[in-house]
Design a protein around this ligand. Structure first.
Ligand code: G4P
Length: 285
């Protein structure tokens, strides 16, 4: 679990990471940015695009097992329309990760052609993996390295502490140099990060979070609420919806009222673990 949970954006943190990423950028051929498929906007650091400008770039929509497949497809199209390749991956099961190698080679086709023309066949491509904490970077690297200790030594003359992994004979990964902090640009970003568990619950009041999640789910994934909690009236106020969910689960306290704190924790846990179903909170539109 990430050490960044609950820690808010501080300019000093990001300045250090910006410096480290910039220093290491010259060592890699491309950047693979991992985002959470459920919140592709909020789970990316908004400064990153500027820092890596000019480098070939691929987006990995991770945790796609917990996201709405139709919206993930729309995200892939959206990136394509904007000249970027994106692939959906599930680093927990490994689904989709085998597409990474060919995807990155197609992004770097020109470079590979250049290597071929120069007789440098087999020269490893080097890819920097970036992403905010908890998005699945370690899971991705472990998957790609097949759980083996495929670490490559620090390269001479290179920033010390950089973590390199050889995942194929001609493909090396560099783990994010520094910590790429998420940015709480506005309340929605903070809330979406909290919904998915990317920041600690104590950052935002848990009941407020749960009520807002109820509101979103009733509007966009009402069927899932009906299936899981047997809710019939999706048009009721989100507060009442949370109470009904608690009631359906028998979360009653003395006096007969609903234990909304317990209901909130349960709802958020079930959303975060994917038990509620495949749900996306942000779409390209
Ligand atoms: P990080 O290096 O970017 O900080 O993320 P990390 O790989 O540690 O992953 C953070 C959490 O997200 C882990 O769960 C991990 O199992 C989970 N995860 C990563 N990729 C996926 C995915 O594609 N699908 C799903 N469903 N989960 C994913 P954890 O609760 O911290 O640990 P654990 O459950 O693995 O013990």
């Amino acid at each position: 679990m990430s050490d960044a949970q609950g820690i808010q954006w501080f300019p000093g943190h990001m300045a250090k990471t910006r410096r480290k990423i910039t220093e290491s950028l010259s060592l890699v051929d491309a950047v693979a940015e991992i985002v959470d498929s459920r919140i592709p906007v909020s789970s990316r650091n908004p400064e990153l695009a500027g820092i890596i400008a000019g480098k070939p770039h691929i987006v990995l929509l991770n945790k796609c097992d917990m996201a709405d497949i139709n919206v993930t497809k729309r995200w892939i199209d959206y990136y394509k329309q904007n000249g970027k390749m994106a692939i959906a991956v599930d680093c927990k099961s490994g689904k989709g990760v085998s597409a990474f190698s060919s995807a990155i080679k197609s992004v770097l086709a020109e470079k590979l052609e250049f290597y071929r023309a120069k007789g440098m066949v087999g020269k490893p491509l080097r890819i920097m993996i970036v992403g905010i904490p908890n998005v699945g970077k370690s899971s991705f690297i472990n998957r790609m390295a097949h759980g083996s200790k495929a670490k490559v030594e620090d390269r001479p003359g290179v920033t010390r502490g950089n973590q390199w992994y050889r995942i194929e004979k001609d493909l090396d990964l560099l783990d994010t140099p520094g910590v790429l902090w998420p940015k709480f640009e506005d309340a929605t970003v903070g809330e979406h990060l909290a919904f998915t568990g990317a920041v600690k619950d104590n950052v935002i009041d848990i009941e407020t979070l749960a009520v807002h999640l109820c509101e979103y789910l009733a509007k966009n994934y009402g069927k899932l609420l009906t299936e899981r909690y047997k809710i019939q009236d999706l048009s009721q106020e989100p507060n009442d919806l949370l109470c009904e969910i608690g009631k359906k689960r028998g979360m009653i306290i003395r006096g007969g009222s609903v234990d909304t704190e317990r209901a909130s924790t349960m709802l958020l846990d079930e959303f975060r673990s994917g038990k509620l179903g495949a749900i996306t909170l942000e779409s390209p539109e």
